[in-house]
Design a protein around this ligand. Structure first.
Ligand code: ATP
Ligand code: MG
Length: 461
């Protein structure tokens, strides 16, 4: 895991905590205002009580409105441990009767009911209630009582409410964060174990990783890795075996050449030297063939084939040309090399160079393993699938060997001819690129062998 990319646990925490905090913030704001409204109402009610109490002491005597409450009684009524309380009594005609005449009046009075509003007194915020005093037995107001109090209690309570609402929420966020962190940590622990297990491995250890203990979501990943390990192991085994085989095959002719060279160095007779030299030549040719077959096999390895581009190829023309090229070789062994083609092109999708290589190998075998004076025939047919058959009348390949001759380095004992044992393996790989099939069938006449290559049909003309 690289640290440059955001970690899964950070992301999970973000996804969870950001909406949670937003939600809790909205909740806190709403609860704060609701609680504040209820407490404001309670304080307003007790402020109105004071106003009503004061209203009881407004009297009308001989047509004159008076406020009749002794100073000490006023002090008792207005006493408050945390706030300063003001009052004023104003007659209906606007004459100030008692109290503090600096108090503001309601912007819009409502007859009969107390009116509450906020204002400033001595540059300090106050909550004010205004109450009309009706004439006894009537409804028209004779005076107005105004009571105001500073807001210490109220803001103190607001702070308390805020704290009691926000603190539990903060605690909730912290606990949720911890739980999520812990959960993610526990959930991801098997991944860390897996990472450690892979990091500790040696590059040669391709055993499968343990699937137990990992969460269900990760199991497909482990399975995919194990599958890859398995294929790697298989490929490496094949490659190692091939390298060992190739080295072994190269060792024998090289050792032979070296021994002959040593002899030649001691040889003084020009005639014998010449004979040894020509034996050397044959040995070098054999070695060259082996090296070129090895290279050809490497060129046609499945891994190297991703770059191959197939193109329309006239199979009939290609086979005619290939057969013609093998005539000199056939003549050397007095073999009758025949061609039975079509009188029109037979187009398939292919790589001409590789197809040449495939049929060169089959023709080489047919001529090489046939007796002197034999017969080899190449037939091109346009049946269900375009097919090339190469028939020889040489010694028949035993049934039990028919599969194995396609394996690398496998040769039949006593064939009496040189070879590296790679020709058919190369032919097989090339056939695979072309989606073609090589088969070895019993000959109808019961003599020799017929190697057939059948291609898939193509729409190209
Ligand atoms: N037409 C054939 N008739 C008889 N035996 C055959 C024929 N084709 C192949 N074989 C047998 O199958 C073996 C494998 O053939 P393959 O072409 O793979 O290798 P090779 O001919 O020995 O070496 P090279 O790599 O040089 O072709 C041969 O050694 C031979 O014994
Ligand atoms: Mg061969």
């Amino acid at each position: 895991m690289t640290t440059s990319r955001p970690l899964l646990r950070t992301k999970l925490l973000q996804w969870l905590l950001v909406p949670l905090i937003a939600l809790l913030a909205v909740d806190a704001v709403v609860s704060y205002f609701v609680a504040l409204r209820f407490s404001q109402r309670a304080y307003d009610r007790s402020l109105a009580e004071i106003a009503r109490e004061l209203a009881l002491h407004v009297v009308e005597r001989e047509g004159k409105v008076q406020f009749d409450l002794p100073e000490p009684a006023q002090r008792v009524l207005l006493a408050d441990p945390s706030d300063r309380v003001y009052f004023s009594v104003t007659a209906a005609d606007g004459v100030h009767l008692a109290g503090d005449n600096r108090l503001p009046h309601a912007p819009a009075a409502r007859p009969g009911a107390p009116v509450f509003f906020s204002a400033l007194v001595d540059a300090r915020p106050v909550r004010v209630v205004e109450l009309d005093v009706p004439r006894p037995g009537g409804t028209e107001p004779i005076a107005t009582i105004t009571v105001a109090e500073t807001e210490n209690k109220r803001s103190g309570l607001a702070r308390e409410i805020l704290l009691s609402v926000v603190m539990p929420q903060l605690l909730l966020i912290a606990i949720t964060g911890l739980l999520v962190w812990n959960g993610v940590q526990r959930g991801l622990a098997p991944l860390d174990t897996l990472k450690e297990a892979i990091a500790r491995r040696s590059h040669t250890d391709l055993r499968p990783l343990p699937e137990g203990g990992v969460p269900g979501e990760v199991q497909p990943l482990v399975r995919a890795i194990n599958d890859l390990m398995h294929r790697l192991d298989h490929t490496l085994t094949l490659q190692n075996r091939f390298i060992a085989d190739a080295a072994h095959q190269l060792k024998t002719p090289v050792a032979g050449l070296r021994a002959q060279l040593e002899l030649m160095l001691r040889e003084t007779d020009p005639q014998r030297l010449r004979e040894a030299l020509s034996r050397q030549y044959v040995g070098v040719e054999r070695l060259a063939r082996l090296v070129s077959q090895l290279l050809s096999l490497a060129r046609n390895e499945p891994e190297a084939l991703k770059t191959v581009r197939l193109q329309p190829v006239d199979l009939n023309a290609l086979m005619l040309e290939t057969t013609m090229d093998w005539v000199p070789e056939a003549l050397k062994k007095d073999i009758d090399l025949g061609f039975e083609g079509l009188d029109r092109p037979l187009v398939i999708q292919g790589d001409p160079t590789r197809l040449r290589e495939l049929f060169d190998n089959l023709l080489d075998n047919a001529i090489r393993y046939s007796q002197r004076g034999g017969r080899v025939t190449v037939r091109v047919r346009d049946t269900a699938r375009p097919t090339v058959a190469i028939h020889d009348d040489g010694p028949r390949i035993p049934v039990e060997e028919r599969r194995r001759i396609f394996e690398r380095f496998h040769r039949l004992l006593g064939s009496g001819a040189d070879g590296s044992g790679l020709g058919l393996a190369i032919a097989q790989e090339i056939a695979r690129i072309h989606d073609a099939e090589i088969s070895l069938a019993d000959d109808a006449d019961g003599v020799g062998n017929t190697f057939s290559v059948s291609f898939s049909r193509t729409d190209a003309t």
